[in-house]
Design a protein around this ligand. Structure first.
Ligand SMILES: *[C@@H]1O[C@H](CO)[C@@H](O)[C@H](O)[C@H]1NC(C)=O
Ligand SMILES: *[C@@H]1O[C@H](CO)[C@@H](O)[C@H](O)[C@H]1NC(C)=O
Ligand SMILES: *[C@@H]1O[C@H](CO)[C@@H](O)[C@H](O)[C@H]1NC(C)=O
Ligand SMILES: *[C@@H]1O[C@H](CO)[C@@H](O)[C@H](O)[C@H]1NC(C)=O
Ligand SMILES: *[C@@H]1O[C@H](CO)[C@@H](O)[C@H](O)[C@H]1NC(C)=O
Ligand SMILES: *[C@@H]1O[C@H](CO)[C@@H](O)[C@H](O)[C@H]1NC(C)=O
Ligand SMILES: *[C@@H]1O[C@H](CO)[C@@H](O)[C@H](O)[C@H]1NC(C)=O
Ligand SMILES: *[C@@H]1O[C@H](CO)[C@@H](O)[C@H](O)[C@H]1NC(C)=O
Length: 643
């Protein structure tokens, strides 16, 4: 009681403080506050001249989303095993309505613009309500935003209009995320044919699908013989039969007409159809002749120009294992994202899944994302916004470094995964193959940048997003059978976010790890309060695979992810067959006490990097193997018990 009284008292003080301020200034014209400012011009740009007062600027006001702060509560409602609304996922329309800028937000900004002298017919509210657009002369914009516009010149000769800072009235500021064009330089590296192309290799993502970006050829053997009696050799070669035995997968799907699963692949990665058939011949006869259903996004195509392992091992692995575990009965969708010149990013994929994301907060960032339409020769001349209905389960065996993006960029993307969670999609991401280090073995310096001398652990994106499920890799130890415990693979990505706080659902598990097995590292080595990952593990070492007709063994969290995706898809099948919903976001359930015995605890192994041994796998959750590997039967039973 005492504390709530205190809180009320403070609210009263704040309100009265605000009131007196409003009275002290002219009605409606509240104090002007700096909304954004830039301290330095980016490299290779120089100040050129003051912009001409009568030039026209296409001003865009990104309106603040409603209700984002209540996201945890919304997701808990549909995903917590004790919630009466478990499985009652939202429709896309409900999501759009809940988060789209409020009437009050739209009205406040519109009123301010009218009061500033802009005729109503000049003020255009986008259909999604995410933006207000207005063509203003430089003179008008400078008065409106209390800013000064300059023309900047790039070393390449390209020009860009920007200001150093801008202001908004205090009562408008909370309703606007940002205004463009203002201080931002990221919108200009427009790759028209007239400017030197910033090609995909120069983006920080290096193009998600580019050779060496995700799956590494070092994790692949030369050709190996095909062994008979597979179950006796699972310590040498993993096949679908080994995986079924390891995790107790014994289920034939029946609700295949209504169930869906999608596998994300970034162009130029491409699968080879004849390799699926070759695999089928030895390990999965019922998928012979089956193909994934191609869903092309932003010109995504299964290219056949480059067919070496660097371009095909990833897709072959993801698609073959998902198909084999799901049997020939369940179709899978292939989300092939990006054209050849521009490639793909996670944001390009999310743009296709959600129309409103495409349009929100300035959209894609050319330093990270593919920019469409792609005007280069052979480029995709469209941009896919909201063209794809998300599958019940989406498996993504790609990752990037948290340190490659800004905190705001990560937060925006994570909020989008949360919306997919609300709509009932299980998003599974590989936890990365660098252990506690980044994809290429670099770690963080004190200033947060990646370098070969860095000492601080480098977290992986999107695994650090709270509403995705992150999957680490495990292995059958040499000499062991499928009936003995696996250990974690030494490349299995794991750690703690520097951007995103630890979500409620994992606090008990992670705190008990930190308390009972305190990692012997200085405080600054990793962030003990950040979102911790991975959430689960699955086999990722020595998987049999055909690549260009050659039988090889491959390793990576890339393998573990489609395995878990297939398991969740089978569970969805059983729930759908029982007239229930798909499971959607699973973490709230699997970290809860009800699911305590649904995973094989992995207590052996570690994930070295950054000049350290990394974290140790231990009893209970750990940042190498998560909660452990799935026990299919138990998971199926537990999830079927839920409403
Ligand atoms: C701004 O001007 C451009 C070019 O004339 C036009 O296409 C666009 O519709 C205008 N936008 C608004 C909001 O008036
Ligand atoms: C595959 O990619 C790796 C890493 O980028 C590179 O070192 C290797 O030479 C490539 N192999 C082929 C055959 O292109
Ligand atoms: C599954 O894929 C096959 C071949 O691509 C297609 O003919 C069939 O209609 C698909 N089934 C469903 C339920 O989508
Ligand atoms: C590692 O990747 C980062 C980008 O993520 C890049 O800046 C850096 O040059 C790479 N370092 C090495 C040693 O390859
Ligand atoms: C994987 O395969 C390699 C080479 O075939 C073998 O030496 C190793 O024991 C296998 N298992 C693991 C866990 O590395
Ligand atoms: C990981 O284990 C493999 C063998 O399974 C070994 O070759 C490799 O050196 C180990 N890597 C690290 C970083 O310890
Ligand atoms: C640790 O994570 C929290 C979010 O939980 C963040 O606010 C904080 O800045 C992070 N600390 C460091 C040193 O990165
Ligand atoms: C992991 O376990 C080893 C052996 O018990 C120990 O020496 C090491 O300090 C542990 N690592 C961490 C990070 O706690």
């Amino acid at each position: 009681m005492r504390s709530s009284t205190t809180v009320l008292f403070w609210i009263f003080l704040l309100c009265s403080g605000r009131l007196s301020l409003a009275v002290a200034t002219a009605p409606r014209l509240s104090r002007s506050v700096v909304h954004e400012k830039r301290d330095h011009i980016p490299p290779e740009w120089s100040h050129s001249r003051k912009h001409h007062p009568t030039a026209v600027l296409p001003l865009r006001f990104a309106l603040a989303q409603s209700n984002i702060h209540a996201m945890d509560e919304f997701v808990n409602d549909v995903a917590h095993p004790e919630s009466p609304y478990y499985g009652k996922h939202w429709t896309a329309a409900q999501v759009a309505a809940k988060f789209s800028p409020s009437h009050d937000t739209v009205q406040t900004v519109r009123d301010w613009l009218s009061e500033s002298g802009f005729a109503p017919e000049r003020i255009h509210v986008k259909k999604t309500k995410s933006w207000i657009e207005l063509n203003a002369t430089v003179e008008e914009a400078e008065r409106l935003l209390n800013a000064e516009y300059y023309v900047y010149k790039h070393a390449s000769g390209k020009e860009h209009v920007a200001c150093k800072s801008y202001h908004l009235p205090a009562h408008v500021a909370p309703h606007v995320d940002l205004v463009m064009p203002t201080v931002h330089f990221d919108t200009i590296v427009h790759r028209g044919l007239d400017s030197p192309p910033v090609n995909r290799y120069e983006r920080v993502t290096r193009g998600l699908g580019m050779p060496g970006a995700g799956f590494r050829s070092s994790k692949m053997t030369p050709t190996v013989p095909i062994l008979k009696n597979q179950l006796e050799h699972c310590d040498e070669q993993i096949t679908p039969e080994c995986l079924r035995a390891l995790y107790g997968i014994d289920y034939t799907p029946i609700a295949t007409e209504i169930n869906t699963i999608g596998i994300f692949e970034a162009t130029p990665q491409a699968f080879i159809a004849s390799d699926i058939d070759e695999f089928a011949k030895y390990y999965a006869p019922d998928i012979h002749g089956k193909r994934p259903m191609l869903v092309s996004i932003d010109g995504g195509l299964v290219q056949t120009l480059h067919q070496g392992p660097n371009f095909t091992a990833e897709s072959n692995l993801d698609i073959t294992y998902a198909m084999a575990l799901l049997t020939g009965k369940q179709n899978i969708s292939l989300y092939q994202v990006g054209d050849i010149p521009e490639g793909a990013s996670f944001n390009n994929f999310l743009d296709a899944l959600d129309m409103s994301y495409c349009d929100f907060e300035g959209g894609d960032d050319p330093t990270v994302d593919g920019i469409y339409p792609d005007e280069r020769p052979g480029g995709y001349k469209g941009k896919d916004c909201g063209t794809v209905k998300p599958a019940n389960v989406i498996s993504v065996s790609y990752d990037m470094n948290e340190a490659d993006v800004s905190a705001a960029y990560a937060a925006r993307q994570c909020a989008e995964y949360a919306k997919l969670a609300l709509m009932g999609t299980t998003m599974l991401f590989a936890s990365g193959d660098g252990g506690v280090a980044s994809i290429n073995g670099t770690c963080l310096d004190a200033d947060g940048s990646l370098s070969v001398h860095g000492k601080r652990f480098s977290p992986s994106l999107p695994s650090i997003c709270p509403y995705v499920t992150s999957v680490g890799a495990t292995q059958v130890n040499p000499g062991s059978t499928v009936h003995q415990p696996e250990s974690s693979a030494n490349f299995s990505g794991g750690g703690f976010s520097d951007f995103i706080p630890m979500p409620e659902y994992q606090k008990n598990a992670v705190h008990s790890y930190l308390k009972n097995h305190p990692p012997a590292y200085p405080q600054h080595t990793f962030n003990r309060t950040g979102r911790a990952y991975p959430d689960v593990g699955a086999n990722g070492v020595n998987l049999s695979l055909f690549i260009q007709g050659v039988h090889r063994l491959v390793a990576g969290t890339s393998a573990s992810t489609p395995i878990v995706a297939a398991i969740i898809t089978l569970i969805n099948d059983a729930r759908l067959a029982a007239g229930k919903s798909p499971v959607g976001f699973i973490n709230t359930a699997i970290y809860s006490p009800q699911f305590a015995d649904a995973f094989n605890d992995i207590t052996d192994g570690h994930n070295p990097g950054c000049g350290t041994g990394g974290f140790n796998a231990t009893e209970g959750w750990d940042p190498v193997s998560g909660l452990g590997t799935p026990k299919f039967g138990t998971l199926l039973k537990k999830f079927l018990e839920l409403p």
